[in-house]
Design a protein around this ligand. Structure first.
Ligand SMILES: *[C@@H]1O[C@H](CO)[C@@H](O)[C@H](O)[C@H]1NC(C)=O
Ligand SMILES: *[C@@H]1O[C@H](CO)[C@@H](O)[C@H](O)[C@H]1NC(C)=O
Ligand SMILES: *[C@@H]1O[C@H](CO)[C@@H](O)[C@H](O)[C@H]1NC(C)=O
Ligand SMILES: *[C@@H]1O[C@H](CO)[C@@H](O)[C@H](O)[C@H]1NC(C)=O
Ligand SMILES: *[C@@H]1O[C@H](CO)[C@@H](O)[C@H](O)[C@H]1NC(C)=O
Length: 742
């Protein structure tokens, strides 16, 4: 019984599948054309939830059904009546029940009487229509791809047939109709491949220009070929192991993916995909902007050398869409002492807009000369063309979609005016001599260092106890010395940031009269604050992390890192730090009017604060918070805003201080959660106290409390309350009036 069933199935399969389609045969719904090695099948299918039928090619051994090509993508068959055959003109034609042609190869061979064309499906997934015993290929599906690129299938322009092959996405998972996205080669300027959304570029890839055949091999054994000769300008890929099934597909959301079939788990596994991040997208940093996706802590966009953000405000808010403009736009860059600055390891700007390959055998200096003499030339690159010489690619308009790589990529010479050129040459000289000095210093230090550290190691192994103690100190020291890498506020990499000064302990001791109690300004959670005066007369406030407080080290590091990166009129200014043996100190500018709480809650001092002044203080605090939350490069939640953390300078300008608890948020992050709720009761928002959730909103809550305190002159949580549960916020609930202490 079982055996006969298998026989029936085998018979059925044999009956309904062909390996060659000839003029006297046809394929109906339920039948298929199978490739010789049983890799691919051509037949009728219904994608997703669709009830329509399409003729397509799929993998034989892969379930769920994976379609790699569709014939009648925009002309579905509404029932099961589709028939594929070869007509009297030698064309492959698909008909529906009314004998209406829905799709055709449309090659119309006239002399098919003598040699009838036949259709075959190759093991590569290519459906071919051939004549004269496979000698003449009349038509092939590889020349008319849908959304899938198979190994050895070429994408690009065949210069003989003038056929430009490109991928187009499906409309949706249920509809293989021509969708919005396409992946296509663009030959303007120098060959590039674009992913378009409609007609707008969405992602771009440069191809090494001018080469006859270039091959790039990835670590997983895939080879990428780029062919540029008299016959074709195309690219394709192949895999080392032909038994592995791979495909590149442009899906209906615009994602280009390379997938590999994993036989073990019966799933397609992604090998790579693009565009993955916002920064991958075409022109993410605008014109004359450069994207550096490796910038983790900073804004990934930078202006090219000699350019600055068109809208600095938008740029600070990390909106780079307006791009950059030339710095000294008044200064002519035409026969006016201008020159070129070489930038390395770049993805070259889009050359399809306003660029041209001006020569194939020009040397680098000839190329430079050619660009220099044409005043509209903005940049050039000179590249290798198969060892025959060097080609010269020049841009005559905006430079867009530039990416910074770390070690790969091309070099671009950007035209800059005389002042920028002078600045740049000075700087590069300086950094060169700096590097040389460093090398000499390293060699002369390294050898004795090794001997010393060997001795030290032997000595230290005996004294483990002291080692543990040192570690804490070293951590903070390392931290301070890496300060230079936390860039400040410059908009591009051109200018450097001075290091955070490290004060000598003796100078701090002298300034604070050996931390005399008379100079003590206050006692914080992690240590004390002392007033001092430097030898140059400048007043300082020294925040000293107590030796006993081990726990404070994290907060201290946090504060150092944050405050060093921030600069605003309404934030307290860090002057430097001092890191002697197992101790850490931060040095701030001194605020003669102390903290806000020492004034507003003090009857006599508060009387000096009129409404105007109070309003200005409120406004200043708000400005500081706005800067933290949105105007600075980082998004920072302070988490401990309170009256005692707002300091006042001589003009009574408020300055927010104490960033020990602050957290950096990612650009798009709105909320975070902590199990360790730190802050001050009375200023913390309910969701923070109860659930540990904090966001910009929790800071705004604290600001609200400070505002109430400034207006009312009363502490939010005070012991004078009649109702223990009642505080300043709850006042209104009881219908009482707040008696103002002004
Ligand atoms: C088909 O429809 C079902 C139910 O309506 C849905 O869950 C599923 O995602 C659909 N499949 C596709 C490929 O759209
Ligand atoms: C067939 O090709 C001719 C020109 O080569 C074109 O005009 C015609 O529209 C095509 N027909 C179909 C059905 O694609
Ligand atoms: C493609 O363009 C359309 C229309 O402009 C837009 O709605 C869509 O979000 C774009 N797709 C992507 C992935 O950006
Ligand atoms: C360059 O292309 C020609 C065909 O135009 C080909 O014969 C030759 O082998 C190619 N050279 C290399 C190095 O691939
Ligand atoms: C500069 O190059 C552009 C683009 O090739 C060209 O249109 C223009 O005529 C050139 N100008 C001069 C002065 O050579």
């Amino acid at each position: 019984m079982f055996k006969s069933l298998i026989l029936i199935i085998l018979f059925f399969k044999f009956c309904t599948s062909l390996d060659t389609l000839t003029t006297n045969k046809y394929i109906k719904d339920g039948q298929s054309l199978i490739s010789k090695g049983n890799n691919f099948a051509l037949g009728f299918f219904s994608p997703g939830n669709s009830s329509y039928k399409y003729l397509g090619i799929c993998y034989v051994k892969v379930t769920p059904q994976t379609i790699v090509w569709v014939a009648n993508r925009n002309h579905p068959i509404i029932d099961s009546s589709g028939v594929l055959s070869i007509n009297q003109y030698g064309d492959l034609v698909l008909h529906d029940s009314n004998n209406r042609p829905l799709w055709s190869t449309n090659v119309s061979v006239q002399d098919q009487v003598t040699t009838s064309p036949v259709a075959q499906l190759h093991d590569s997934g290519n459906l071919v229509l051939v004549q004269d015993n496979n000698k003449k290929v009349l038509w092939q599906s590889f020349d008319h791809p849908t959304d899938t690129l198979l190994p050895n299938m070429k994408l690009g322009l065949n210069l003989k047939t003038r056929i430009n092959t490109f991928l187009t996405s499906w409309k949706s998972k249920d509809d293989p109709g021509t969708g919005n996205y396409c992946y296509k080669m663009n030959l303007n300027g120098s060959p590039q491949v674009f992913l378009y959304n409609g007609s707008t570029p969405y992602w771009r890839n440069t191809l090494s220009p001018g080469n006859n055949v270039s091959i790039a091999t990835s670590s997983s054994g895939q080879k990428f070929f780029f062919v540029n000769n008299q016959d074709e300008i195309s690219s394709y890929y192949s895999d080392d192991d032909p038994s592995i099934m791979t495909r590149v597909v442009l899906d209906n959301t615009g994602l280009l993916q390379k997938l590999m079939w994993d036989d073990g788990v019966h799933q397609w596994k992604e090998q790579w995909s693009t565009p993955r991040y916002q920064s991958d997208k075409y022109g993410h940093c605008g014109s004359y902007g450069k994207c550096n996706p490796d910038n983790i802590n900073r804004f990934e966009c930078m202006c090219l050398l000699g350019y600055e953000p068109k809208s600095p405000r938008d740029w600070y808010l990390r909106d780079s869409s307006k791009g950059c403009v030339r710095k000294n736009s008044g200064l002519s860059m035409c026969k006016n002492g201008e020159g070129f600055v070489k930038l390395e390891h770049l993805k070259l700007p889009d050359s399809s807009i306003d660029a041209a390959l001006i020569g194939t055998s020009m040397s680098s200096s000839e190329c430079e000369q050619a660009c220099l003499t044409n005043c509209s030339c903005t940049a050039f690159t000179s590249m290798n063309t198969d060892g025959k010489g060097t080609g010269c690619l020049a841009w005559y308009g905006e430079l867009i979609d530039i990416l910074q790589y770390t070690d790969v990529g091309s070099e671009l010479n950007v035209r800059v005016d005389a002042t920028e050129l002078a600045k740049y040459t000075r700087k590069s000289k300086r950094s060169l001599s700096k590097k040389r000095k460093l090398a000499i210093a390293l060699v002369s230090i390294a050898v004795p260092m090794f001997l010393v550290s060997l001795l030290a190691y032997i000595w230290l192994a005996k004294k483990k106890k002291t080692k543990v103690k040192r570690k804490v100190h070293k951590q903070s020291l390392n931290f301070a010395s890496t300060r230079g890498s936390f860039e400040g506020h410059e908009l591009e990499d051109g200018s450097t940031h001075p290091d955070l000064p490290i004060f000598d302990l003796s100078c701090i001791v002298a300034a604070t009269e050996n931390f005399s109690p008379t100079n003590k300004l206050g006692q914080g959670g992690f240590g004390s604050v002392f007033k001092g005066q430097l030898s140059n007369g400048q007043h300082i406030a020294v925040k000293r992390l107590s030796k006993s407080s081990r726990q404070g080290i994290e907060e201290f590091k946090n504060e150092l890192m944050l405050i060093a990166k921030l600069q605003h009129r309404n934030l307290v200014k860090l002057l430097g730090c001092c890191i002697p043996e197992d101790e850490t100190m931060l040095i701030y500018e001194y605020m003669p009017n102390k903290s806000l709480d020492s004034i507003i809650f003090d009857h006599t001092r508060a009387s000096f604060l009129n409404w105007k002044k109070r309003f200005e203080i409120i406004l200043g605090i708000a400005r500081g918070i706005l800067y933290l939350h949105q105007d600075s490069r980082l998004k920072i939640i302070h988490r401990d805003l309170k009256a005692s953390n707002v300091l006042l300078d001589t003009e009574m300008n408020p300055k927010i201080s104490d960033f020990g608890m602050a957290r950096i948020f990612k650009e798009d992050q709105t909320q975070d959660k902590t199990t360790r709720v730190v802050g001050t009761y009375g200023y913390m928002s309910p969701e923070y106290v109860i659930f540990g959730q904090f966001s910009t909103k929790s800071d705004v809550f604290s600001f609200g409390v400070i505002l109430l305190e400034i207006v009312s002159g009363r502490k939010n949580c005070d012991s004078y309350q009649k109702h223990p549960s009642q505080n300043l916020i709850g006042y209104g609930n009881y219908g009482e009036k707040i008696e103002l202490w002004i």
